[in-house]
Design a protein around this ligand. Structure first.
Ligand code: 26Q
Length: 833
């Protein structure tokens, strides 16, 4: 059978000799895996069986590279960059791994020879949704860049059994379904029971002098949980480097022996097992902390402790003295979620490895660096002292001691300024006492960075002001980036090929080379090719939309897209208000000349965030009315695309003409979707917020649709007493839109449904939706006008792609390596490993 199929591949006249050999070998391996790993045979194999067989085959190729990488790192004693993150939103792996290994064509041909379509196999893969959104996806882009730049690196996180929920829309409302991504197994992971660590919880500490008179602390935990390593290979693009994503799965320590238990103990032991396994059970689906969630703090400590113990084990294996820890590991804290690591490393070094406080503190500070992803006060993480103490009494003692020494430094630097001391303390004493995780991360790190220029600046001026005054050299900016492998090459192959043909393929490893496209921005033949690709992408998305939500959209319309988590500060409701105003205009004036538009939304609301769920309901309500009104047929469509995730992003980003980036200025730390759209040739309509500022700088103001108040004006208007009503009084269209909502027009006559949203807008409007409405609507008119000049729009689209080079995660990772980690590339050579 296998021979037969291999002959079919060889017989394909279009393949070169080398490709024939590679393709045939791949095919042989796929069939071997199908039989020996899955116990299936070709005649009865389902698409999922074939997917698995191919995935195993690809994994084997990566493991050979991973082994070569690991050997090289340990022999050469390279510094390893460790990225600690509670989330890694890595997305589907098969297509990306084929791309990075450079065997996509081989795989396509091998599958074809089996009578299978590679795209259909790619489609059956469940994506690991181990993150909420931006922060988790950023971590995944960084792993891709680290491997592609040949930097020794490990990603450390949690292997959640249930990732971010699947979103369904029922009667216009979001409904959550559990994400059972592991149900059919995960072909990419290697579970390593031999790589496991114990993590303690609760209990008490005992202080006593040791034989040589040094004070030693013993922590006697009340419970222990075992963390088992689950590894996923992270293959670099066109290199032999393959790094590791190591995710921890929690297990019970006790494997219990039936004979030793009476019935009572037996149930107790089972309970213990269930309890332990709960730790890595589910991802918290909120992109903001909730108060007092014990399990969340336990998850954070669990994965951080396992990860640090793992680093210490790697030191021991290679016989490296513990004193050299900071020369061998650079540990990046992805927001404050892993910041308990500062105290845990101190504990491991002092209590377990018996280093002095000063030696341990020096190692800790030189090891860690912290990335902040938010300025929103409600999103800054704190944990109540009683909760913290009951979980990790020893760590709290250590935090007190860090704080005592730190506040001494503050007092020395700012004598007599006790208010400053209170503001900077690691412990918040106002209200219930709490540990301030951002302060712990900042004090325990040698570098603190924001994720876009404006964000880093605001960080220094607002939430971190006192710290920036005391340690100005510690604060820096590293603007985020996204991987062009996944978000251009994989999801927009048509564009990738056109780029290769036009400017050569060096852009694939050096995105700044896209700049060469500018020379073609006025070439009519190139315009035509550009538009043809974009039209194909839009037709493909239109087909998906038809299949998933049953709405017909015309690919020649302007695709106006807002996909991201649903949040008031991101202002999807401002977009909705504009759609209502436009719709009303079109109803009133059948001859109005304007760009025919399809508004596409996507994004999940945190399950407990009622206002965000109501915003989804408003969008689906508007869609229902607008899409069924014959008066506006062909001129306006509204789509809420359910369950927006990485996979769906692959279809959406390449098909967008207009990227909506409309957060209230000063609130979005960076945004990364904005970068994905830009690379794929969308124009941006946006505020001066996050990385939009830099996108506009790069694209040029003439190629960016700017609207809205600046961060400074937002602050000023709040200080001066903002009155949302005043904007309603001054704008007929806005008033009409709000009235339509209030009258139940988008809620099937229900005049109560949107009351909370309207009350909020009219009386508080914390994100200045109404203040920015008029300017947004005017800006959208400029968009419509620009759209009608096809040549000019195409030119702007090309220029946006051409100038998107800065937003590659390769550039961002290079900055982290040079400015924060002092990490260097090492060439891995599979042939000589
Ligand atoms: C914290 C504690 C308890 C429970 C949940 C959390 C939690 C989880 C996720 C808090 C925050 C998040 C996610 C934040 C996030 O995605 N931030 C985004 O990060 C992107 C990458 O830097 C930026 O581009 C976005 O601007 C920022 O909003």
């Amino acid at each position: 059978m296998a021979d037969d199929l291999a002959t079919r591949v060889r017989a394909d006249a279009s393949t070169t000799a080398e490709a024939v050999t590679k393709g045939a070998a791949l095919l042989d391996d796929v069939i071997r895996n199908l039989i020996s790993r899955q116990g299936r045979y070709p005649d009865i194999a389902s698409a999922h069986d074939w997917y698995l067989a191919l995935a195993y085959t690809v994994r084997d190729r990566m493991l050979a590279r991973w082994v070569a990488s690991a050997r090289t790192y340990s022999i050469q004693g390279m510094k390893v960059a460790c990225y600690l993150s509670a989330e890694f939103l890595i997305g589907p792996q098969l297509g990306n791994n084929l791309l990075n290994l450079g065997i996509e064509d081989d795989a396509r041909k091998a599958m074809f020879a089996l009578g299978l379509d590679l795209d259909e196999l790619l489609a059956v893969e469940e994506e690991p949704g181990l993150g909420n959104g931006g922060l988790g996806r950023l971590a995944a882009c960084y792993l891709d860049s680290l491997a592609s730049l040949q930097i020794p690196a490990i990603g450390y996180g949690i292997r959640y059994e249930f990732g971010i929920f699947d979103q369904e829309i029922r009667d216009g409302w979001q409904v959550e379904r559990t994400d059972k991504w592991l149900e059919k197994g995960n072909a990419w992971e290697i579970i390593r029971p031999e790589v496991s660590y114990y993590v303690g919880f609760g209990g008490h500490t005992e202080h006593a002098a040791d034989a040589s008179g040094h004070l030693r602390v013993r922590w006697i935990p009340a419970r222990q949980v075992k963390g088992v390593a689950c590894d996923m290979p992270m293959q670099g693009f066109r290199v032999d480097t393959c790094n590791l994503l190591r995710l921890w799965k929690s297990e019970a320590v006790e494997s219990f022996d039936f004979e030793d238990f009476n019935a009572g103990e037996y149930y107790e032991a089972v309970h213990e097992k269930v309890h332990s396994e709960t730790l890595s059970k589910v991802l918290y689906p909120n992109d903001e902390p909730e108060i007092g969630k014990r399990l969340r703090l336990a998850q954070q400590y669990f994965f951080v402790s396992c990860s640090l113990q793992d680093m210490l084990r790697l030191m021991d294996i290679t016989g490296t003295p513990i004193e050299d820890f900071a020369e061998h590991f650079a540990v990046q804290l992805n927001d404050t979620h892993p910041s308990i690591a500062v105290a845990e490393l101190m504990r491991l070094l002092i209590d377990v490895r018996e280093l002095s406080w000063d030696a341990a503190w020096s190692i800790t500070q030189r090891t860690f660096a912290y990335t902040n992803h938010t300025l929103l006060p409600e999103a800054l993480e704190t944990w109540s002292l009683p909760l913290f103490n009951s979980q990790s009494p020893r760590l709290l003692e250590i935090i007190y001691e860090i704080n005592r020494r730190f506040l001494e430094d503050v007092r020395r630097a700012f004598p007599g300024d006790e208010e400053r001391v209170a503001r900077m303390s690691l412990i918040d004493e106002t209200g219930g006492r709490k540990v301030r995780m951002a302060h712990l991360a900042t004090v325990g790190s040698h570098a603190v960075n924001g994720v876009a220029g404006l964000h880093s600046e605001l960080l220094r001026q607002t939430v971190m002001r006192d710290f920036a005054e005391m340690f100005p050299e510690r604060f820096l900016n590293v603007t985020n980036g996204v991987t062009p492998r996944r978000f251009v090459m994989l999801s927009n192959p048509g564009l990738a090929q056109l780029l290769d043909k036009t400017i050569g393929d060096e852009w694939r490893s050096d995105l700044s080379r896209l700049g060469a496209l500018a020379a073609h921005a006025d070439d009519p033949a190139f315009h035509e090719a550009w538009r043809a690709i974009r039209r194909d992408n839009k037709a493909a998305l239109a087909l998906r939309i038809q299949k998933t939500v049953g709405i017909d959209v015309d690919p020649d319309m302007l695709f106006d897209v807002q996909v991201k988590r649903i949040h008031e500060y991101k202002r999807q409701h401002l977009n909705a208000l504009y759609i209502i105003a436009l719709y009303r205009r079109l109803c009133r004036n059948p001859d109005l000349v304007t760009a025919p538009r399809c508004f596409i939304f996507g994004g999940k609301a945190a399950p407990g965030y009622a206002m965000a769920k109501l915003i989804i309901r408003l969008i689906t309500g508007v869609a229902e009315v607008v899409n069924h009104d014959p008066a506006t047929r062909g001129r306006i469509k509204v789509v809420f695309y359910p369950n927006f995730n990485v996979k769906h992003g692959h279809w959406i980003y390449p098909a967008a003409d207009l990227s909506e980036q409309m957060s209230t200025a000063g609130k979005e730390a960076s945004g990364t979707g904005n970068m994905k759209f830009m690379m794929n040739g969308a124009l941006t309509i946006g505020t001066l917020d996050g990385a939009n500022v830099e996108i506009r700088e790069e694209a040029g103001p003439e190629n960016f649709f700017l609207f809205g108040l600046t961060a400074q004006q937002v602050e000023d208007s709040k200080r001066e007493g903002y009155r949302p009503q005043q904007y309603v009084e001054a704008n007929d269209e806005l008033r009409d839109a709000l009235e339509q909502i209030a009258q139940g027009r988008f809620s099937r006559g229900d005049t109560n449904m949107f009351r909370p949203l309207l009350d909020n807008l009219l009386h508080h409007d914390p994100f200045l939706v109404l203040a920015d409405f008029a300017d947004y609507a005017a800006c959208q008119e400029r968009v419509s006008e620009a759209w009608r000049d096809v040549r000019q729009w195409t030119r702007m689209s090309i220029i946006n792609t051409a100038r998107s080079g800065k937003f590659s995660s390769d550039r961002a990772i290079q900055e982290y390596c040079e400015r924060i980690w002092d990490a260097r590339a090492v060439r891995i050579d599979l042939a000589h490993a």
